[in-house]
Design a binder for this molecule. Sequence first.
Ligand code: ADP
Ligand code: GN1
Ligand code: MG
Length: 357
Amino acid sequence: MLHNIIKIFFPYSIVTEVKPFGHGHINNTYKLDLRDEKKSYILQQINTDVFKDPHGICDSHDRLQDEIFKGQHPITIAELIPTADGKKLYTDPEGGVWRMTSFIEDSYTVDVVKEGWQAFEAGNAFGWFARACDKLDANTFKESIKDFHRLSFRLRQLNEAIDADKAGRLESIKEIVKFYKDREASVSAIERLVDEGKIPLRVVHNDTKINNLLFRDKSAAAVIDLDTVGPGILYYDYGDALRTSASTAAEDEKDLEKVHFNIDSFRAFTNGYIGQVKTIVSDEEEELFYMAPMLMTYIMGIRFLADYLNGDVYYKVAHKEHNIDRSKVQKKLIESMEMQVDEMKKIIDNALNAIPA
Ligand code: ADP
Ligand code: GN1
Ligand code: MG
């Protein structure tokens, strides 16, 4: 099956190896090697339950690479590789939708940040990405998933999952549900600002988890997983990236004693990120950066929770507690952030007011 798909892209090549690759939760990803080619490729089956318009995703990727490949940058994105007859996607006879991109050579991902430079590099790379997108007009990009980071939409989904309790799991997790319910109001400020049009809509990444970044040696080399690139606000990328970049543990760590929001990683990431975006940030945007990590961690926490209640229909899971484990980690991170908000504000202010070196 995979070999038939590869033939659509490379009809005259011999496959030496094709194997599942990476730790993504959404698409099916393979690394591909061909005889007589030094370069490798990434072949992905796009999850069309999640992404209803895969052509739209590729159009956005194409426009982004047109913009980014115009210049010389220390960081890059993967390049879309068309089929032999020049199409960006291939739909197989069973309806599976496939895409090929260049493999970023000699790169590796990080799931848990262990050293300060990794957090700084992550901030620098996602900040670079935001600046690279600054020239693109957000109104001409489509959301690949409607209301993706809209808190009220995610809360509605959670409420529906609670009401339906499809998998019969509600009783056992009442305390976790209460934790999130108790905080609904305190995380709603950013959505209000967006609705009032007070902060600019930009083209942003919308899925800045640390393993959507590739490192080479001791630097960030590429920003990947561009499926959600589209309209959004800086806070989404800054906040979602910190959810993983400043966590001391994996997103699904079972031992919650290990989970903390690490203020040193937060500082390093923030210095890297704000150093990049400082010249494009508006006065209004400066105000609520400190709330972004909490909002995005909350949103992911309730999405994992809703998926657990729905019986694990959205995210890939390795075992039946996987989604609730992930949701508990987000809860622990929120608790840890709540204790450090004042310090977070100071760090952001310092970064915004720092005089360039
Ligand atoms: P998902 O949407 O399922 O998260 P990703 O696009 O993030 O899919 O890919 C999953 C993983 O595959 C990444 O975390 C990374 O490890 C690896 N990967 C994806 N694209 C590339 C690439 N162009 N070069 C090297 N590794 C990649
Ligand atoms: C998914 O695709 P991946 O694994 O990088 C999800 C993100 C979540 C993340 C949580 C399209 O990201 O929104 O933050 O899992 N992507 C989509 O790990 O839903
Ligand atoms: Mg990914």
